[in-house]
Design a protein around this ligand. Structure first.
Ligand SMILES: [Zn+2]
Length: 290
């Protein structure tokens, strides 16, 4: 496992805690992952931001309230540094909302918003002022120099959605992988929007990026071994569900009976593993058990 220095934001958080049943000190947290690379956690979601000589690049504003706090954390971490760009990891509203609030809280307008080209349509369809559409897009890979740092955005094909961008900061070996991978957690619920089998290529393709540390959209950061464990989990899950389909089990039977004890200690296993079984069952049943 990797370890990280966490900066206490308890004092600041106390004034923001509301009656949501979340302890004040748990509401948000900024963690320095590597030199000038920060994970910003807002309740259960993670953003990332990177400081450079030319300003700060923010990855996922998350939401309006989150973005305002993210701006405060950027000010605290990199005083006087402007926001240079915003990157959306993908089009889902629970990660891609708040860019306008972030700019406003930074006292700026017209900051470029970068995303994969397939993220534009779903964001424009929602027509929300809180979710401005990307105005810089890419198809396969985008590499740009911001101040002294290179920033890379990789497209690994469809996975959790068809428009996931994987940011990578090569000088410190940090990647940001949102919603299609995590550190020792099953996938979210029944994997409803996921693209199978392309997802498997995207997950293994992540290892083609030479990262050492990976920040996830949810949960704690990880390393290359975290991704190896994710690959093993989905392989084991698929093999187990394939056997169930071949044996003629219904989806309900598969969800009730299949257990993968090797992963029972993973976060959210009890709630999400049976739902992961259902998601893979639906794919395999639709694909005729292949
Ligand atoms: Zn998502």
């Amino acid at each position: 496992m990797v370890s990280f220095a966490t900066r206490s934001v308890l004092t600041a958080a106390l004034s923001l805690a509301t009656g949501m049943g979340i302890a004040a000190q748990d509401r948000y947290e900024t963690t320095e992952i590597a030199d000038g690379v920060y994970q910003f956690r807002w309740i259960g979601h993670n953003a990332m931001f990177v400081t450079t000589d030319a300003g700060v690049v923010a990855f996922d504003p998350i939401g309006v309230d989150a973005a305002r706090q993210l701006a405060a954390e950027i000010h605290r971490t990199a005083p006087g540094s402007p926001l240079a760009a915003i990157v959306y990891s993908h089009s889902d509203a629970d990660h891609a909302t708040g860019a306008a609030a972030l700019m406003e809280a930074m006292g700026q307008t017209g900051v470029p918003i970068i995303a994969h080209e397939l993220a534009v349509a779903p964001i424009e369809e929602r027509a929300s002022a809180d979710q401005p559409a990307p105005n810089v897009t890419f198809a396969d890979q985008l590499r740009f120099l911001m101040g002294e740092r290179w920033i890379e955005l990789h497209y690994l094909g469809p996975s959790h959605t068809d428009n996931i961008a994987v940011p990578f900061i090569p000088d410190v070996g940090v990647a940001f992988a949102v919603d299609f991978a995590s550190n020792d957690r099953p996938g979210y619920q029944d994997l409803a929007s996921w693209h199978f089998p392309a997802f498997f290529n995207a997950l293994s393709g992540l290892l083609g990026i030479p990262f050492e540390t990976v920040v996830f959209g949810h949960g704690p950061p990880g390393d290359r071994a975290s991704i190896q464990r994710q690959i093993a989990y989905y392989d084991d899950l698929t093999a187990a569900v394939r056997e169930a389909v071949a044996a003629g089990w219904t989806e309900d039977q598969a969800a009730e009976r299949i257990r993968l004890d090797a992963y029972s200690g993973w976060g959210n296993y009890e709630q999400w593993f049976p739902l992961n079984v259902r998601g893979v069952y639906r794919w395999l049943a639709a694909a005729g058990g292949r």
